[in-house]
Write a protein that binds this ligand. Structure first.
Ligand code: SF4
Ligand code: SF4
Length: 404
């Protein structure tokens, strides 16, 4: 039976409150001493996806990271903080910028942890049976005595949800992440790769920053949402299953959870998970906004097969919002984008709808649009539901969302 703790934490404002909540979450599953022994090098794999400030709720919050560093030190461990950001700017992943912009660099300095940029720390080839036959994993991850996943609770337009399992994708440095998207262009294959990375990096513990998360078109283009929770567990799959239930997603609709469960790398079924701390019923969020692509996940598979062709969506750029920064063009794994004047153009013959461009666009200028007439009608219904949901979330009246 896997154990997952749920603890309330109202915000990041008071470091001592975050420290206490993180410690409480860990104590409920046996305490940090169960996972980190004196003298061990503990690698905290944070989410440093893109260079956004902590209040954007894209990356693991610095106050949360500091609390985890304190816990590792309290157990006598040697803390390291590491990640590799997504996307490419000027030929390389923007990890150094991300560490600065997100406050992670400062958190490392203030708490006395070593900061490790996986883009420049070397890689080790690791053989695999999945769609990617040799994974190149950042060396510090493989050399650490203990690996701890510190994900942010967010939706994800491609994988529906991102948590402790998907967080480990950042152990793949720089441009290789785009390469793996290219080698595993279908979401099922890509999820297999994510589970392979989980199997090879073997996190001993996951502690999720769900104090503020992201809803809508995550993992970076959605809206921040105050959730007020921290989750901890030694089974990344079980932790993701509980977190996805909190935001209203059936755990087995999350491919990384179902694949990892079937491969016995963890458990995703509710009857195999012992939830301690807050009860699940008390913390479920009934109006959490899922990605616009999520409705496909709710459809019966046979129906999905029949109408999927008609509902095919592709990324489109809003020329009025685009700032011409080229981030998407440089990061597209299929080199399907090029600048025409100040705005990118997409070659749809090359595009695999991996949504990396939408994920990385700092200006939220890329939206998934349905191509066929049927798709456009369905897309219109979804957009209208999104407005209705936004109105509900912000306590606006029915009339107001109609006028948007
Ligand atoms: S255009 Fe966007 S969705 Fe298409 S392959 Fe490139 S990054 Fe992926
Ligand atoms: S679409 Fe977004 S990422 Fe691409 S150039 Fe425009 S602002 Fe930059």
């Amino acid at each position: 039976m896997a154990k997952v703790s749920i603890v309330k934490c109202p915000g990041y404002g008071k470091q001592e409150e975050v420290d206490a909540a993180v410690r409480n979450a860990l104590d409920l599953i046996g305490g940090i001493e169960r996972f980190v022994q004196p003298g061990q090098r503990a690698l905290l794999k944070v989410n440093a996806l893109t260079p956004k400030p902590p209040e954007a709720a894209v990356t693991t919050h610095p106050a949360f990271i500091k609390a985890m560093v304190r816990e590792v030190k309290r157990a006598g461990g040697i803390p390291m903080i590491g990640d590799s950001s997504a996307g490419i700017i000027a030929g390389q992943a923007p990890t150094a910028q991300t560490f600065r912009a997100t406050g992670i660099e400062q958190a490392a300095e203030e708490s006395g942890a070593r900061l490790v940029n996986f883009d420049i720390s070397g890689v080790e080839p690791v053989e695999c049976d999945g769609p990617v036959k040799v994974l190149h994993i950042a060396r510090p991850v493989l050399e650490a005595d203990v690996v701890i996943s510190l994900p942010k609770l967010k939706t994800h337009s491609l994988t529906l949800f991102t948590g402790a399992v998907k967080n480990m994708f950042g152990c793949i440095p720089g441009h290789r992440k785009a390469e793996y998207h290219r080698m595993a262009p279908v979401v099922t294959e890509f999820s297999e790769v994510l589970v392979d990375i989980l199997a090879k990096t073997k996190p001993a513990l996951a502690v999720m920053d769900g104090i503020t998360g992201m809803e809508g078109n995550g993992p970076s283009g959605g809206s921040r949402r105050d959730i007020g929770l921290i989750l901890a567990g030694e089974d990344c799959v079980a932790l993701d299953a509980v977190a996805s239930r909190i935001i209203g997603i059936d755990p087995f609709r999350v491919l990384t959870t179902s694949i990892a469960h079937n491969r016995r790398l963890g458990v995703g079924s509710p009857e195999s998970i012992d939830i301690v701390g807050e009860s699940l019923e008390n913390v479920i969020i009934r109006d959490f906004c899922l990605p616009s692509t999520a409705f496909l996940e709710r459809m019966p598979r046979f129906l999905l097969r029949g109408v999927f062709g008609m509902l095919k969506a592709r990324p489109e750029i809003d020329r009025h919002i685009c700032k011409g920064c080229r981030f998407c063009v440089e990061s597209c794994p299929m080199t399907a984008m090029k600048m025409v004047g100040n705005v990118p153009e997409i070659d749809y013959n090359k595009c695999i709808s991996c949504l990396c461009c939408q994920e990385l666009c700092p200006g939220k200028a890329i939206e998934m649009k349905y191509i066929s007439p049927v798709g456009k009608v369905v897309g219109g219904i979804i957009d209208s539901n999104k407005k209705r949901q936004r109105a509900r979330l912000s306590d606006k009246g029915e009339e107001e969302w109609k006028q948007e």
